[in-house]
Design a protein around this ligand. Structure first.
Ligand code: GMT
Length: 376
């Protein structure tokens, strides 16, 4: 198949999922065309069957806000025509689904029928979707899509709750690429660098937005740190990061805080961790938690949104109510209590991640592509 993928090219979960999906499809022999304003961050090397089409937004002095959506629609028309695409798969409803709809209509005038699938990722529905300035467009674009997927049952339910969606939504969960690994591999050298005195390593990965509840990460860590030698490893960047560093210093454990910033290859660092914290206010899925589990790291998380579909309470980690930092710390200490318990949770975390291996999820997307193309 000749597949066009539209996504945000940044470190956010939707961009990561779209890029990894494209890479896996290309590996299976499909031709994949990424169409976005920048090379996606995880598309960092030449890969056969993968093509990148940059959307250039012109900087006319007339525009206070350059119309990205229109330029994207035009680019989609161009790529569909010249690369003879069979299908478009857009990730994140805004503005990708409506841009795809516009491109579809323009191409129809020229006798070309291109179906498009919209994958809903979370904040497009749960945060932006609730904003009345976007709602009619999102509802329309979802209803006009030839296929719609959500990354969890919880997000599917939220979509029906917040929008007047009258069409079927398929749940296709996010995934990890385990590359045939049967167990998680620990980077021992890195572990001893990060924990020179054998401290427990506790990680958090995110874009440090408010929804991630970074102060809870600090609170939970502080409680664990008071009981056992431990270090907090923060990966990613965003508005709440600076405050987190300042609080850690003020609380007196600044020297046990390591801020690694945006990393392309989180897998290696995660493999050295003992625990992962995800206390978010809301998560439609929690890809970061799944990536941690795929590195054999148990997860202490909130029980919001789609997280319970990913992290199994008492098996791959523990779930607590949003904001219950006492319970999260208590659960973290339970996992870290002794080597035996920790090792069992690590194995369980990897087993849980195996349920979301790309080999299980990729065929679901391929099946949907075929169904949508047959109807059209
Ligand atoms: O919140 C983020 O980290 C970014 C955001 C995005 O759209 O890139 O993530 C959303 O999509 C991810 C991939 O499907 C999900 O794993 C995240 O749970 C979801 N974020 C929220 O729902 C807050």
């Amino acid at each position: 198949m000749n597949i066009g993928i539209v996504c945000y090219p940044t470190f956010g979960g939707s961009g990561v999922v779209a890029t990894e999906l494209g890479k896996a499809l290309a590996y299976k022999g499909h031709h994949v065309h990424f169409i976005t304003y920048q090379q996606p961050v995880r598309l960092d090397r030449f890969t056969e069957n993968i093509h990148f089409h940059e959307v250039n937004v012109s900087d006319y002095p007339l525009f206070d806000y350059p119309p990205y959506e229109l330029v994207l629609s035009s680019k989609l028309v161009d790529v569909v025509k010249h690369e003879k695409l069979d299908i478009l798969h857009v990730h994140y409803a805004i503005p990708h689904a409506s841009a795809a709809y516009m491109a579809q209509k323009i191409l129809e005038e020229e006798g070309i029928r291109i179906p498009f699938i919209t994958t809903l990722h979370g904040t497009d529905i749960t945060l932006l979707g609730k904003d009345s300035s976007f709602e009619p467009v999102i509802t329309f674009a979802i209803n006009q899509s030839d296929g719609v997927t959500a990354v969890s049952e919880s997000l599917k339910a939220d979509t029906y709750e917040h929008f007047n969606v009258v069409r079927e939504i398929d749940v296709i969960p996010n995934f990890v690429c385990l590359k045939g690994r049967e167990k998680a591999e620990v980077d021992k050298e890195l572990k001893s660098q990060l924990a020179p005195n054998g401290e427990c390593l506790i990680a958090h990965v995110s874009n440090f937005r408010k929804v991630k509840r970074i102060p809870d990460v600090i609170e939970v860590f502080e409680r664990i740190h008071q009981k056992i030698p431990s270090r907090l490893i923060l990966i990613g960047d965003g508005p709440e990061r600076h405050e987190a560093e300042a609080t850690a210093r003020a609380k007196g454990f600044g020297s046990d805080l390591l801020v690694l910033g945006k990393l392309i290859d989180t897998e290696r660092v995660l493999s050295a961790m003992d625990l992962f914290l995800l206390p978010s206010e809301f998560e439609s899925f929690g890809l970061a938690a799944l990536e941690a589990m795929s590195a054999g790291v148990p997860v202490i998380s909130s029980n919001t949104g789609g997280i319970p579909e990913v992290n199994e309470n008492g098996f791959s980690g523990y779930l607590s109510d949003v904001g219950d930092v006492e319970d999260m710390a208590k659960n973290g200490l339970k996992i870290l209590a002794n080597d035996e318990t920790l090792s069992q949770f690590k194995q369980n975390a990897f087993k849980q991640a195996q349920k979301f291996d790309i080999n299980k999820v990729l065929p679901m997307y391929e099946k949907l592509y075929h169904e949508v193309m047959k109807i059209n």
